[in-house]
Design a binder for this molecule. Sequence first.
Ligand code: NAP
Length: 281
Amino acid sequence: MHNVMVNGAAIPVIGLGTWTLKGELCSELVAHALSLGYRHLDTAAYYENETAVGEGVRFSNIPRDDVFVTTKVQYTDIAPGDLERSAEESLKRLGLDTVDLLLIHWPNPEVPLAGSIKALNSVRNSGMARHIGVSNFPTGMLAEAVHLSDAPLVANQVEYHPYLDQTKVHAACRAAGMAMVAYCPLGRGGALFEDAAIGDSAKRHDKSPAQIVLRWQVQQEGLVAIPRAERKEWLAENIDLFDFELSSEEMVAISRLRSRNYRIHDFGSLQRRSLQWDTPA
Ligand code: NAP
């Protein structure tokens, strides 16, 4: 698996998204994904599947240190004290001594960012997380977080697919030496897969629309994608991306689809009162 090197972290460019996967099905899919070559797993306290993800890692017999495990702290738990407790509980459920990456899942305008970033650093200093980062941070808040953090932040996990313009967030991540980790990288499939810009490349390269979309993601600098799939054939398809390349014309044609600026996940009502997404570039 290829990695992006960001602020001291080596992050495999494709990870398995695990939101909605639960229990035995989740453990089995995690172990299966690892057997196919996945080396990056994305979970969160909110997903209520950390126990199953940890079991999947153990079932797989892949050495723990070969797998990059990300988890996230709920926005309700990011005050100092709560954040450290949440990290400890995540580790207990995962059955791990440390995670590779701990993220603040969503910003919380009611909790001062300075305290959250300090707590995130103390989790890193105690060894409970090898690296730290954020998720769903617009550029203004990302700049603040970068400034407040003693240790370098390594990633901002945000929604990103061809229908959403994240030019500004991507540029801000790169300027800070961070990865942009794309969630909903397939835009959940559907209409996107029918788009001519995707379909034409799929025919040209004899690949599926999902593979074209994921290839477009990982061909961008500092980009990591974490697609979720339950179907085993799709799990296999989603890491089979490294035997072809999109031309610069194809990259531009797919990138043009961002003018739709279609977002699947908006802020909740709490965040909406004081936070705004970046406008299109
Ligand atoms: P996604 O990965 O864009 O799409 C998942 C959907 O695409 C599933 O319905 C899946 O089908 C289908 N699919 C997967 N591979 C396919 C293929 N090769 N061909 C056709 N269809 C395919 O959306 P997502 O699950 O919302 O996002 C991915 C991950 O991002 C989540 O699991 C989670 O880990 C993370 N996430 C993070 C946040 C955050 O706030 N930080 C928010 C949302 C998501 P089947 O499942 O039926 O196989």
